[in-house]
Design a protein around this ligand. Sequence first.
Ligand code: HMH
Length: 223
Amino acid sequence: MDGDGVEAGTTAAWIERHQQMYERATRHPFTVSIRDGTIDLSTFKRWLSQDYLFVREFIAFVASVLLKCCKQESSDMEIILGGVASLSDELSWFKNEAAKWGIDLASVSQLKSNTEYHRFLRSFTEPEVIYAVAVTTFWIIETVYQDSFGFCIEEGNKTPPELLGTCQRWGSAEFKQYCQSLQRIADRSLANAPADAVKSAEEAFVRVLELEIGFWEMSSSQS
Ligand SMILES: Cc1ncc(CO)c(N)n1
């Protein structure tokens, strides 16, 4: 166990191996500007609108991870099911938050990097994609947000008060624990997976980092 209570495993080694890209995803100028208090609010609103569309697709992805989990073993079921359940809350949160910022979610059109991310998520719902690969992908997607928004509420932040709720959503101790549970599940699944699956999972890990960077860039610049 390291200081965070997570056993050192495959996923921790990948974070080290791909450190530069991990940093680019989790210390992106977009989230750093939230922490600095320099964020432009129209940028924030663009992110919020696009992330609402992302989460709608993410729900189908997480449901597919749950299905794979149920088909092979059940000890992880409750954690993944908890993830599905909390996404119900999350959708309501997005709707509330959008109303607060005067955003009409029905009229948001999806930007290119978001569409690209959707396509990636959809590829995991195929039955051929094994559980270890899917659950590892799930873990890193959640972890990028946990690490990014956690940084915005760490000591020394100048996060504007109206953005603290957003940062708490993914930066809370509770969400961190949830990510650590997913990490343990990913490491255990990878330890029992065939070598080609471990390779696919590492590729998916890197791809998520690229897609997350693209998502922050899109939110910053409408590309
Ligand atoms: C783009 C993106 N990545 C990760 C998460 C975490 O749920 C999210 N809401 N949106």
